[in-house]
Design a protein around this ligand. Structure first.
Ligand SMILES: Cc1ncc(COP(=O)(O)O)c(C=O)c1O
Length: 414
Protein backbone atom coordinates (compact mmCIF):
# COMPACT_ATOMS: atom_id res chain seq x y z
CA UNK A 1 0.00 0.00 0.00
CA UNK A 2 1.23 3.52 -0.81
CA UNK A 3 1.93 5.76 2.18
CA UNK A 4 -0.68 8.57 2.09
CA UNK A 5 1.77 11.41 2.56
CA UNK A 6 -0.49 13.88 0.76
CA UNK A 7 -2.89 13.91 3.74
CA UNK A 8 -0.16 14.65 6.22
CA UNK A 9 1.29 17.90 4.97
CA UNK A 10 0.52 21.21 6.64
CA UNK A 11 -1.83 23.63 4.85
CA UNK A 12 1.12 25.85 3.99
CA UNK A 13 2.48 23.18 1.66
CA UNK A 14 -0.51 23.71 -0.64
CA UNK A 15 0.57 25.37 -3.87
CA UNK A 16 4.25 24.58 -3.22
CA UNK A 17 4.27 21.87 -5.88
CA UNK A 18 6.55 22.05 -8.86
CA UNK A 19 5.49 24.43 -11.61
CA UNK A 20 5.62 23.88 -15.35
CA UNK A 21 8.35 26.49 -15.58
CA UNK A 22 10.43 24.87 -12.87
CA UNK A 23 10.17 21.59 -14.78
CA UNK A 24 11.23 23.33 -18.00
CA UNK A 25 14.16 25.00 -16.29
CA UNK A 26 15.52 21.63 -15.22
CA UNK A 27 16.57 21.23 -18.86
CA UNK A 28 18.52 24.48 -18.56
CA UNK A 29 20.97 22.70 -16.26
CA UNK A 30 22.08 20.30 -19.01
CA UNK A 31 25.70 21.00 -19.97
CA UNK A 32 25.03 21.72 -23.66
CA UNK A 33 22.49 24.47 -22.86
CA UNK A 34 23.57 28.10 -22.60
CA UNK A 35 21.66 29.24 -19.58
CA UNK A 36 20.81 32.84 -18.86
CA UNK A 37 18.24 31.50 -16.41
CA UNK A 38 20.13 31.18 -13.13
CA UNK A 39 21.12 34.05 -10.86
CA UNK A 40 24.65 32.84 -10.43
CA UNK A 41 27.77 34.95 -9.90
CA UNK A 42 30.67 34.21 -12.25
CA UNK A 43 32.79 31.42 -10.74
CA UNK A 44 35.90 33.07 -12.25
CA UNK A 45 35.65 35.91 -9.70
CA UNK A 46 35.56 33.74 -6.58
CA UNK A 47 38.71 34.50 -4.54
CA UNK A 48 39.60 30.84 -4.03
CA UNK A 49 43.24 31.45 -3.03
CA UNK A 50 42.25 34.05 -0.44
CA UNK A 51 39.76 31.57 1.03
CA UNK A 52 42.39 28.86 1.13
CA UNK A 53 44.80 31.14 3.02
CA UNK A 54 42.05 32.42 5.33
CA UNK A 55 40.97 28.86 6.22
CA UNK A 56 44.54 28.04 7.20
CA UNK A 57 44.86 31.17 9.33
CA UNK A 58 41.50 30.61 11.05
CA UNK A 59 42.26 26.97 11.83
CA UNK A 60 45.74 27.81 13.10
CA UNK A 61 44.72 30.80 15.21
CA UNK A 62 41.10 30.19 16.23
CA UNK A 63 40.44 26.59 15.18
CA UNK A 64 38.51 25.55 18.27
CA UNK A 65 36.27 28.65 18.43
CA UNK A 66 35.59 28.53 14.69
CA UNK A 67 34.43 24.92 14.99
CA UNK A 68 32.37 25.54 18.13
CA UNK A 69 28.73 26.66 18.57
CA UNK A 70 28.50 30.44 18.60
CA UNK A 71 26.19 33.37 19.37
CA UNK A 72 22.95 33.73 17.44
CA UNK A 73 23.59 37.40 16.55
CA UNK A 74 26.75 36.44 14.68
CA UNK A 75 30.54 36.66 15.03
CA UNK A 76 31.23 39.98 16.78
CA UNK A 77 34.28 41.05 14.69
CA UNK A 78 32.28 40.45 11.50
CA UNK A 79 29.35 42.51 12.82
CA UNK A 80 31.79 45.26 13.81
CA UNK A 81 33.27 45.22 10.32
CA UNK A 82 29.79 45.52 8.77
CA UNK A 83 28.88 48.28 11.24
CA UNK A 84 32.02 50.25 10.32
CA UNK A 85 31.27 49.88 6.61
CA UNK A 86 27.60 50.87 7.05
CA UNK A 87 28.53 53.84 9.24
CA UNK A 88 31.07 55.08 6.70
CA UNK A 89 28.96 54.66 3.57
CA UNK A 90 25.34 54.56 4.68
CA UNK A 91 23.97 55.04 8.15
CA UNK A 92 25.51 55.22 11.64
CA UNK A 93 24.94 51.83 13.29
CA UNK A 94 26.41 49.72 16.08
CA UNK A 95 26.88 45.92 16.07
CA UNK A 96 23.64 45.80 18.12
CA UNK A 97 21.83 46.91 14.94
CA UNK A 98 23.20 43.91 13.04
CA UNK A 99 22.41 40.21 12.86
CA UNK A 100 24.21 37.73 10.61
CA UNK A 101 21.93 35.37 8.71
CA UNK A 102 22.44 32.23 6.63
CA UNK A 103 21.96 34.13 3.36
CA UNK A 104 19.52 36.99 2.78
CA UNK A 105 17.03 34.30 1.88
CA UNK A 106 16.90 33.39 5.56
CA UNK A 107 16.40 37.04 6.48
CA UNK A 108 13.46 37.17 4.07
CA UNK A 109 11.98 34.07 5.68
CA UNK A 110 12.41 35.75 9.09
CA UNK A 111 10.53 38.82 7.83
CA UNK A 112 7.68 36.39 7.25
CA UNK A 113 7.97 34.71 10.65
CA UNK A 114 8.25 37.99 12.57
CA UNK A 115 5.73 40.17 10.74
CA UNK A 116 3.25 38.25 8.60
CA UNK A 117 -0.05 36.89 9.87
CA UNK A 118 -2.13 34.86 7.43
CA UNK A 119 -3.94 37.26 5.10
CA UNK A 120 -1.65 40.22 5.76
CA UNK A 121 -0.86 42.45 2.80
CA UNK A 122 2.70 43.16 1.66
CA UNK A 123 3.41 45.87 -0.89
CA UNK A 124 5.77 44.54 -3.57
CA UNK A 125 7.16 45.83 -6.81
CA UNK A 126 5.63 44.33 -9.94
CA UNK A 127 7.65 42.30 -10.79
CA UNK A 128 9.63 41.36 -7.67
CA UNK A 129 12.14 38.81 -6.35
CA UNK A 130 10.64 35.35 -6.63
CA UNK A 131 12.48 34.03 -3.54
CA UNK A 132 10.70 36.56 -1.32
CA UNK A 133 7.30 35.50 -2.64
CA UNK A 134 8.21 31.85 -2.05
CA UNK A 135 9.24 32.64 1.53
CA UNK A 136 6.15 34.68 2.37
CA UNK A 137 3.59 32.48 0.65
CA UNK A 138 4.26 29.97 3.44
CA UNK A 139 2.96 32.53 5.97
CA UNK A 140 -0.21 33.22 3.98
CA UNK A 141 0.84 36.67 2.73
CA UNK A 142 -1.23 38.55 0.18
CA UNK A 143 0.38 41.04 -2.14
CA UNK A 144 -0.35 44.51 -3.41
CA UNK A 145 1.82 44.92 -6.49
CA UNK A 146 2.97 48.42 -7.43
CA UNK A 147 3.96 48.80 -11.09
CA UNK A 148 7.47 49.93 -11.99
CA UNK A 149 9.47 51.41 -14.83
CA UNK A 150 13.23 51.85 -15.36
CA UNK A 151 13.27 54.24 -12.34
CA UNK A 152 11.80 51.58 -10.07
CA UNK A 153 8.48 51.55 -8.24
CA UNK A 154 6.02 54.16 -9.56
CA UNK A 155 5.45 56.07 -6.33
CA UNK A 156 2.25 57.73 -7.54
CA UNK A 157 0.68 54.24 -7.26
CA UNK A 158 2.19 53.51 -3.86
CA UNK A 159 -0.11 55.72 -1.81
CA UNK A 160 -3.23 53.82 -2.90
CA UNK A 161 -1.50 50.55 -1.94
CA UNK A 162 -0.61 51.91 1.50
CA UNK A 163 -4.28 52.63 2.23
CA UNK A 164 -4.81 48.85 2.51
CA UNK A 165 -2.72 48.89 5.70
CA UNK A 166 0.06 46.54 4.55
CA UNK A 167 2.54 45.04 7.03
CA UNK A 168 5.53 46.36 5.10
CA UNK A 169 6.77 47.60 1.75
CA UNK A 170 9.33 45.33 0.09
CA UNK A 171 11.73 47.30 -2.11
CA UNK A 172 14.78 46.26 -4.15
CA UNK A 173 16.24 49.69 -4.84
CA UNK A 174 19.42 48.81 -6.77
CA UNK A 175 19.57 46.85 -10.04
CA UNK A 176 16.49 44.94 -9.10
CA UNK A 177 16.09 41.21 -9.49
CA UNK A 178 14.45 40.60 -11.98
CA UNK A 179 14.31 43.83 -14.06
CA UNK A 180 17.69 45.49 -13.37
CA UNK A 181 15.83 48.75 -12.60
CA UNK A 182 17.12 51.23 -9.99
CA UNK A 183 14.86 53.36 -7.84
CA UNK A 184 15.63 57.06 -8.47
CA UNK A 185 16.63 59.37 -5.62
CA UNK A 186 13.43 61.41 -5.89
CA UNK A 187 11.33 58.24 -5.67
CA UNK A 188 13.36 56.91 -2.74
CA UNK A 189 12.60 60.09 -0.82
CA UNK A 190 8.92 59.79 -1.69
CA UNK A 191 8.83 56.14 -0.53
CA UNK A 192 10.34 57.22 2.83
CA UNK A 193 7.80 60.03 3.20
CA UNK A 194 4.80 57.89 2.31
CA UNK A 195 5.93 55.02 4.52
CA UNK A 196 6.24 57.47 7.39
CA UNK A 197 2.86 59.09 6.65
CA UNK A 198 1.08 55.72 6.71
CA UNK A 199 3.21 54.18 9.46
CA UNK A 200 4.33 51.26 7.30
CA UNK A 201 7.88 49.88 7.63
CA UNK A 202 10.14 49.22 4.65
CA UNK A 203 12.16 46.07 3.97
CA UNK A 204 15.05 47.16 1.75
CA UNK A 205 16.68 44.17 0.01
CA UNK A 206 20.03 45.24 -1.44
CA UNK A 207 22.23 42.37 -2.62
CA UNK A 208 23.48 44.26 -5.70
CA UNK A 209 24.12 47.81 -4.40
CA UNK A 210 27.90 47.52 -4.75
CA UNK A 211 27.71 46.17 -8.29
CA UNK A 212 27.27 49.50 -10.11
CA UNK A 213 28.91 49.80 -13.55
CA UNK A 214 27.95 53.38 -14.42
CA UNK A 215 26.36 56.49 -12.95
CA UNK A 216 26.49 57.81 -9.40
CA UNK A 217 25.73 55.89 -6.23
CA UNK A 218 22.26 56.66 -4.84
CA UNK A 219 21.83 56.68 -1.05
CA UNK A 220 20.02 53.70 0.39
CA UNK A 221 16.54 53.93 1.87
CA UNK A 222 17.92 53.22 5.34
CA UNK A 223 20.26 56.22 4.98
CA UNK A 224 17.52 58.49 3.65
CA UNK A 225 15.19 57.37 6.41
CA UNK A 226 17.83 58.15 9.02
CA UNK A 227 18.36 61.63 7.50
CA UNK A 228 14.60 62.20 7.27
CA UNK A 229 14.29 61.48 10.99
CA UNK A 230 17.40 63.47 11.90
CA UNK A 231 19.05 60.60 13.79
CA UNK A 232 22.64 61.10 14.72
CA UNK A 233 23.12 59.03 17.87
CA UNK A 234 24.85 56.22 15.99
CA UNK A 235 22.27 53.57 16.83
CA UNK A 236 19.70 53.26 14.06
CA UNK A 237 16.09 53.15 15.24
CA UNK A 238 14.10 54.19 12.17
CA UNK A 239 11.54 52.65 9.83
CA UNK A 240 13.71 50.53 7.50
CA UNK A 241 15.02 46.97 7.78
CA UNK A 242 18.01 46.69 5.47
CA UNK A 243 19.23 43.36 4.06
CA UNK A 244 22.45 42.66 2.24
CA UNK A 245 24.65 39.66 1.55
CA UNK A 246 28.15 38.36 0.87
CA UNK A 247 26.70 36.17 -1.89
CA UNK A 248 27.37 38.60 -4.75
CA UNK A 249 30.55 40.28 -3.46
CA UNK A 250 32.34 37.20 -2.08
CA UNK A 251 30.68 33.82 -2.65
CA UNK A 252 27.08 32.53 -2.39
CA UNK A 253 28.23 29.14 -1.12
CA UNK A 254 29.22 30.79 2.18
CA UNK A 255 25.50 31.45 2.91
CA UNK A 256 26.40 34.62 4.76
CA UNK A 257 24.35 37.80 4.89
CA UNK A 258 23.30 40.49 7.33
CA UNK A 259 20.32 42.47 8.53
CA UNK A 260 20.54 46.09 9.74
CA UNK A 261 17.52 47.07 11.84
CA UNK A 262 16.49 48.90 15.00
CA UNK A 263 17.76 47.02 18.06
CA UNK A 264 14.29 45.93 19.15
CA UNK A 265 13.69 44.30 15.75
CA UNK A 266 17.10 42.61 15.94
CA UNK A 267 16.08 41.12 19.31
CA UNK A 268 12.97 39.55 17.73
CA UNK A 269 15.04 38.29 14.82
CA UNK A 270 17.56 36.73 17.20
CA UNK A 271 14.78 34.81 18.97
CA UNK A 272 13.48 33.67 15.60
CA UNK A 273 16.91 32.54 14.48
CA UNK A 274 17.45 30.56 17.65
CA UNK A 275 14.47 28.45 16.67
CA UNK A 276 15.55 28.19 13.05
CA UNK A 277 19.24 27.22 13.14
CA UNK A 278 20.81 28.53 16.40
CA UNK A 279 23.35 30.55 14.44
CA UNK A 280 25.01 30.93 11.08
CA UNK A 281 28.09 28.73 10.53
CA UNK A 282 30.83 29.94 12.91
CA UNK A 283 33.58 28.69 10.63
CA UNK A 284 32.22 30.55 7.60
CA UNK A 285 31.91 33.75 9.63
CA UNK A 286 35.49 33.51 10.87
CA UNK A 287 36.74 32.83 7.34
CA UNK A 288 34.68 35.64 5.77
CA UNK A 289 36.04 38.04 8.38
CA UNK A 290 39.59 36.88 7.74
CA UNK A 291 39.13 37.35 3.97
CA UNK A 292 37.27 40.64 4.27
CA UNK A 293 39.33 42.46 6.87
CA UNK A 294 41.94 44.98 5.79
CA UNK A 295 39.99 46.33 2.82
CA UNK A 296 40.13 43.22 0.59
CA UNK A 297 36.46 43.51 -0.34
CA UNK A 298 36.78 47.06 -1.70
CA UNK A 299 39.46 45.87 -4.13
CA UNK A 300 37.70 42.61 -4.95
CA UNK A 301 34.43 44.33 -5.82
CA UNK A 302 36.32 46.32 -8.49
CA UNK A 303 37.22 43.04 -10.24
CA UNK A 304 33.61 41.86 -10.08
CA UNK A 305 32.36 45.17 -11.47
CA UNK A 306 34.81 45.09 -14.39
CA UNK A 307 33.89 41.47 -15.21
CA UNK A 308 30.12 41.98 -15.11
CA UNK A 309 30.22 45.33 -16.89
CA UNK A 310 31.96 43.68 -19.83
CA UNK A 311 29.37 40.88 -19.86
CA UNK A 312 26.48 43.31 -19.66
CA UNK A 313 27.90 45.39 -22.49
CA UNK A 314 28.43 42.34 -24.70
CA UNK A 315 24.88 41.18 -24.01
CA UNK A 316 23.33 44.57 -24.79
CA UNK A 317 25.42 44.89 -27.96
CA UNK A 318 24.37 41.42 -29.12
CA UNK A 319 20.72 42.10 -28.33
CA UNK A 320 20.87 45.28 -30.44
CA UNK A 321 22.24 43.20 -33.27
CA UNK A 322 20.21 39.99 -32.94
CA UNK A 323 16.84 40.75 -31.32
CA UNK A 324 13.86 41.65 -33.50
CA UNK A 325 12.60 45.26 -33.28
CA UNK A 326 9.33 44.23 -31.60
CA UNK A 327 11.23 43.16 -28.46
CA UNK A 328 12.31 45.74 -25.82
CA UNK A 329 14.71 45.33 -22.93
CA UNK A 330 16.10 47.24 -19.96
CA UNK A 331 19.63 48.71 -19.77
CA UNK A 332 20.60 48.12 -16.14
CA UNK A 333 23.39 50.26 -14.68
CA UNK A 334 24.54 47.38 -12.47
CA UNK A 335 23.59 44.03 -10.97
CA UNK A 336 23.24 40.72 -12.76
CA UNK A 337 19.99 40.78 -14.76
CA UNK A 338 18.18 42.48 -17.56
CA UNK A 339 14.52 42.22 -18.48
CA UNK A 340 13.06 41.52 -21.89
CA UNK A 341 9.57 42.60 -22.90
CA UNK A 342 7.99 40.74 -25.80
CA UNK A 343 4.94 41.91 -27.74
CA UNK A 344 1.78 41.66 -25.57
CA UNK A 345 0.38 38.59 -27.35
CA UNK A 346 3.48 36.45 -26.75
CA UNK A 347 3.90 34.04 -23.86
CA UNK A 348 7.56 33.79 -22.83
CA UNK A 349 7.00 30.31 -21.32
CA UNK A 350 6.11 29.13 -24.83
CA UNK A 351 9.19 30.91 -26.18
CA UNK A 352 11.30 29.07 -23.58
CA UNK A 353 10.13 25.71 -24.93
CA UNK A 354 11.41 26.58 -28.39
CA UNK A 355 14.55 28.26 -27.00
CA UNK A 356 15.42 25.07 -25.11
CA UNK A 357 15.33 23.16 -28.40
CA UNK A 358 17.91 25.67 -29.60
CA UNK A 359 19.90 25.07 -26.41
CA UNK A 360 19.44 28.43 -24.74
CA UNK A 361 17.43 29.30 -21.60
CA UNK A 362 16.07 32.27 -19.62
CA UNK A 363 13.39 32.60 -16.93
CA UNK A 364 9.88 33.49 -18.12
CA UNK A 365 8.80 36.66 -16.31
CA UNK A 366 5.33 35.57 -15.16
CA UNK A 367 6.64 33.92 -11.99
CA UNK A 368 8.05 37.22 -10.71
CA UNK A 369 4.59 38.77 -10.64
CA UNK A 370 2.98 38.31 -7.24
CA UNK A 371 -0.60 38.41 -8.50
CA UNK A 372 -0.25 37.24 -12.10
CA UNK A 373 0.44 38.99 -15.40
CA UNK A 374 3.72 39.73 -17.13
CA UNK A 375 3.53 36.59 -19.26
CA UNK A 376 5.24 38.41 -22.13
CA UNK A 377 8.35 39.20 -20.05
CA UNK A 378 11.64 37.39 -19.49
CA UNK A 379 14.58 37.63 -17.06
CA UNK A 380 18.02 37.27 -18.61
CA UNK A 381 21.18 36.86 -16.51
CA UNK A 382 24.43 38.34 -17.80
CA UNK A 383 26.84 37.72 -14.90
CA UNK A 384 27.42 33.97 -15.22
CA UNK A 385 28.40 33.30 -18.85
CA UNK A 386 31.68 34.34 -20.41
CA UNK A 387 31.46 36.92 -23.24
CA UNK A 388 31.90 34.38 -26.07
CA UNK A 389 29.11 32.24 -24.58
CA UNK A 390 26.88 35.31 -24.26
CA UNK A 391 27.46 36.08 -27.96
CA UNK A 392 26.44 32.59 -28.98
CA UNK A 393 23.49 32.42 -26.55
CA UNK A 394 22.01 35.75 -27.60
CA UNK A 395 22.45 34.77 -31.26
CA UNK A 396 20.42 31.60 -30.56
CA UNK A 397 17.79 33.51 -28.57
CA UNK A 398 17.53 36.29 -31.16
CA UNK A 399 17.12 33.73 -33.94
CA UNK A 400 14.42 31.96 -31.92
CA UNK A 401 12.51 35.21 -31.29
CA UNK A 402 12.74 36.33 -34.91
CA UNK A 403 11.49 32.96 -36.08
CA UNK A 404 8.58 32.94 -33.63
CA UNK A 405 7.58 36.49 -34.42
CA UNK A 406 7.80 35.73 -38.11
CA UNK A 407 5.78 32.54 -37.87
CA UNK A 408 3.33 33.94 -35.30
CA UNK A 409 1.34 30.73 -35.25
CA UNK A 410 4.14 28.85 -33.41
CA UNK A 411 3.56 30.94 -30.28
CA UNK A 412 -0.13 30.66 -29.49
CA UNK A 413 -1.83 33.97 -28.86
CA UNK A 414 -3.33 34.20 -25.38
C1 LIG B 1 16.86 40.29 -4.38
C2 LIG B 1 17.48 39.11 -3.70
N1 LIG B 1 17.30 38.95 -2.39
C3 LIG B 1 17.84 37.92 -1.75
C4 LIG B 1 18.60 36.97 -2.41
C5 LIG B 1 19.16 35.81 -1.63
O1 LIG B 1 20.52 35.96 -1.46
P1 LIG B 1 21.38 35.03 -0.48
O2 LIG B 1 22.32 34.27 -1.35
O3 LIG B 1 22.09 35.99 0.43
O4 LIG B 1 20.45 34.16 0.27
C6 LIG B 1 18.80 37.10 -3.78
C7 LIG B 1 19.57 36.08 -4.51
O5 LIG B 1 19.71 36.07 -5.68
C8 LIG B 1 18.23 38.21 -4.44
O6 LIG B 1 18.39 38.39 -5.75
Amino acid sequence: MQTPWEYRYAHRMKGMGSSVIRELLKYAEQPDIISFAGGLPAPEVFPVKEFQDACNVVLAKNGAQALQYSTTEGHRPLREMIARHATRYMVPVTPENIMITSGSQQALDFMGRVFINRGDYIVVEAPTYLGALQAWNAYGAQYIPVPMDEDGMIVEELEAALRYGPKFIYVLPNFQNPTGATLSLARRKKVIELADKYGVPIVEDDPYGQLRYEGDHIPSLVQLDSEFRGYDDGCYSGNVIYLSTFSKILAPGLRLAWVIAPEQVIRKLVMTKQGADLHTSSFNQYVAYEVGKGGFLDEHVKIIRATYKERRDVMLEMMDEMFPPQVRWTHPKGGMFLWGILPEHMDSAEVLKVALQRKVAFVPGGSFHATGGGLNTMRINFSYSKPEIIREGITRLGTTLKELLHEGEKVPAR
